[in-house]
Design a protein around this ligand. Structure first.
Ligand code: ATR
Length: 295
């Protein structure tokens, strides 16, 4: 369990009297999560007395609800929620943000006086990762989304937030892409059309599990990719997927899963610990070192 403490903090009286701040990440499996490390790093920097704990909860709603009830009784400020509990979190909440409602899933629960509040910072996280990578460049207006599974919905909502108006989606199982396409006003393309489609968009996003360690690579021909097109991958093991590597070789700006992960953690830390979460190179370097250590 990562310990977050700051014995040198001159302002220790109030936190000691109040007890440490408690938060965590709920999922199963959850031991691979980098969230405890991210929050620990930020807490050390901010001099916060608190703990952010990985919490494995069985994959059923009843177990999830019991676990959340207990965390509230013992004074947890809130939790991040990962697979397979993101829909459970929304169901459990008394209130929900527009993003969580639109996504039909939440990755954040905050335990306030008015009951548990659900939010979806995956959406804001991806939108901020895109905006952060852009620098002086114009925001993307058109996008190609590869995959129509659990992660695709949040990515679509995030792209809309960044100003994307023309969305194309493609998936191996076409019906799933059509369902999502109809829900969000996207054009559905055949999976076999994915390589040709990269030529006409400002950003390409892989939301499939292809390219992840232990999975086959995403087969796509990037020869028609424009050098100003961004390419994003939700995967962070490995950090540089074959897709991102091929995109970088063509001079494209890339966003990896770690960029998204760091940005999605910001709202939780700011809500529960202290308003001082920053995504920067120092944080990235520590996370990359941890991933290398894990192999
Ligand atoms: P869900 O959230 O629905 O459980 P997921 O596992 O998050 O699904 O989604 C995985 C995504 O990767 C899906 O878009 C899946 O395509 P299908 O809907 O056709 O299953 C995609 N995917 C996984 N393996 C794939 C492969 N070998 N080729 C192409 N797409 C693949």
């Amino acid at each position: 369990m990562p310990k977050i403490s700051n014995p040198d903090n001159s302002n220790l009286t109030a936190p000691v009297l109040a007890g440490p701040i408690l938060a965590g990440v709920v999922g199963v499996p959850v031991d691979h999560s980098l969230s405890p490390l991210i929050h620990t790093i930020w807490a050390h920097r901010a001099g916060v007395n608190g703990y952010y704990i990985p919490l494995a909860v069985p994959p059923y709603y009843d177990d999830f609800a019991k676990a959340m009830d207990s965390l509230r009784v013992i004074g947890f400020k809130g939790v991040n929620v990962t697979l397979p509990h993101k829909e459970h979190a929304l169901r459990y909440a008394a209130t929900a943000s527009p993003d969580a409602t639109k996504a039909g899933a939440a990755n954040m629960l905050t335990f306030g006086e008015d009951g548990p509040h659900a939010d979806n910072s995956d959406i804001e996280g991806f939108a901020n990762a895109v905006m952060g990578a852009l620098g002086e460049r114009a925001a993307p207006r058109s996008a190609l989304i590869l995959g129509a599974g659990g992660a695709a919905r949040g990515i679509v909502l995030a792209l809309k937030k960044t100003g994307v108006v023309d969305l194309k989606i493609t998936n191996r199982t076409r019906e799933k892409a059509e369902r999502l396409g109809a829900a969000f006003g996207m054009t559905t393309l055949d999976w076999s059309a994915r390589s040709d489609a990269v030529a006409s968009v400002d950003i390409v996003v892989n939301t499939t599990s292809l390219g992840m360690s232990g999975q086959p690579p995403l087969e796509i021909d990037l020869s028609s990719l424009h050098k100003n097109t961004m390419v994003a991958d939700i995967v962070y093991t490995p950090l540089e997927t074959p897709l991102l590597k091929a995109a970088q070789e063509r001079g494209a700006l890339t966003i990896n899963g770690l960029d998204m992960l760091m940005h999605q953690a910001v709202p939780g830390f700011n809500a529960w610990f202290d308003d001082q979460a920053h995504v920067n190179k120092a944080l990235r370097d520590e996370l990359v070192a941890e991933l290398k250590k894990r192999g």
